[in-house]
Design a protein around this ligand. Structure first.
Ligand SMILES: Cc1ncc(C[n+]2csc(CCOP(=O)(O)OP(=O)(O)O)c2C)c(N)n1
Ligand SMILES: [Mg+2]
Length: 361
């Protein structure tokens, strides 16, 4: 005979959902989101989204070229194809209060947070003027001043660190929230679930975002993940999930509106899955032989986030020429960033001893 389940004790945590709502509803936010999935953007906002996504695209293309020329060393993971995720989410944050943390595919997130392309390019090329004095490189860029906490090479490590940042927001009562990004591959890490538990238990102000770009290095999600609907993975911790088309900036932004409101109102974490696609290999050294050219071309032809908003702007009456001029301006800005980086000196050898320990011992 099956054992009778033990009577449930009320949990001691300050998680009201766990006490008052025995029937946790994974889709509570998704239902609100389904009613209107498109952010009601003004023409000005749409132009801005177009411009910001294009800046990431052109910046990353240039970074790829500089890598080919040997001006960027080490690893370099490009964000091309995924632009709508960072722009849709980060334009909904408050740069003065909120914090962001991500993995190693971080250039786009830094640009989306309004950081100067010059200091990011200088960082990629290992120059003193770089945002981490040229010592972090592509994967380990940081700006505590801008509440951008990296740039992490250890897959999944940013998730508990993000929970820590959210804990600090709550503890300091500064009104901020944290956006913690991770990949579909990272979603299979144990530490992610430990962080989910603590975030839900302590009602932390955090939005966890899985950028499902369909691959973890060369492994397709369906080959590595028993549950590929990543938004469901917070169910055991009573974290509501949201499933979002990460190739549509207006949809991502609308999802951000719903999720961030929930978080800011003190209801604890949200887990958002953004379905997206990376056009380039995992890193610059990956020839991406695990997928067909046709698959990539299909994404570019039918799902490109920049082409999508461009089309919507044209439907609103913007001319192709006007949009081309914006592109020209961005290309010039990216060229200036590359020239700035190439002409900046490398850090002095004495910098090897700085920023290593918090204090002297
Ligand atoms: C703890 C750890 N294990 C393995 C690696 C090697 N590694 C680097 S990236 C990666 C795949 C991660 O894929 P995903 O989370 O989907 O992120 P994406 O690269 O697609 O953005 C792996 C296994 C690592 N850096 N850290
Ligand atoms: Mg991935």
């Amino acid at each position: 005979m099956a054992k009778k389940p033990a009577a449930k004790k009320a949990p001691k945590a300050d998680n009201p959902a766990a006490i008052d709502d025995p029937d946790f509803d994974l889709n509570s936010l998704q239902e609100a989101f389904e009613k209107n999935k498109t952010f009601d953007a003004s023409e000005e906002q749409m132009l801005k989204f177009y411009e910001q996504m294009l800046l990431i695209r052109r910046f990353e293309e240039r970074a790829g070229q500089l890598y080919g020329l040997g001006l960027i060393g080490g690893f370099c993971h490009l964000y091309i194809g995924q632009e709508a995720v960072a722009i849709g989410l980060q334009t909904a944050l408050d740069g003065d209060r909120d914090s962001v943390i991500t993995g190693y595919r971080d250039h786009g997130h830094m640009l989306a947070y309004g950081l100067d392309p010059k200091v990011i390019m200088a960082e990629l090329t290992g120059r003193q003027a770089g945002i981490s004095k040229g010592k972090g490189g592509s994967m380990h860029m940081f700006s505590t001043e801008h509440k951008f906490y990296g740039g992490h090479g250890i897959v999944g490590a940013q998730v508990p660190l993000g929970a820590g940042l959210a804990f600090a927001h709550k503890y300091n009562e500064d009104g901020g929230m944290t956006l913690a990004y991770f990949g579909d591959g990272a979603a299979n890490q144990g530490q992610v679930y430990e962080a989910f538990n603590m975030a839900a238990l302590w009602n932390l102000p955090i939005c966890f975002v899985v950028e499902d770009n369909q691959y973890a290095m060369g492994t397709a999600t369906k080959r590595s993940s028993a549950e590929t609907r990543f938004y469901r993975r917070g169910t055991s911790f009573r974290i509501p999930g949201m499933e979002v088309n990460g190739m549509d900036v207006l949809e991502v932004r609308q999802a951000a509106e719903v999720a961030f409101k929930h978080v800011r109102e003190g209801n604890g974490p949200v887990l958002m899955e953004c379905n997206t696609y990376r056009y380039r290999g995992h890193s610059m050294s990956d020839p991406a032989k695990y997928r067909t050219r046709e698959e990539v071309q299909d994404q570019k032809d039918h799902h490109d986030p920049i082409e999508r908003i461009k089309k919507q702007l044209i439907e609103k009456g913007k001319s192709e020429d006007e949009l081309k001029d914006i592109d020209k301006g961005i290309r010039a800005q990216v060229s200036d960033a590359a020239d700035f980086a190439e002409n900046s000196p490398e850090p002095d050898a004495s910098e090897l001893y700085t920023d290593v320990l918090v204090e002297e011992y």
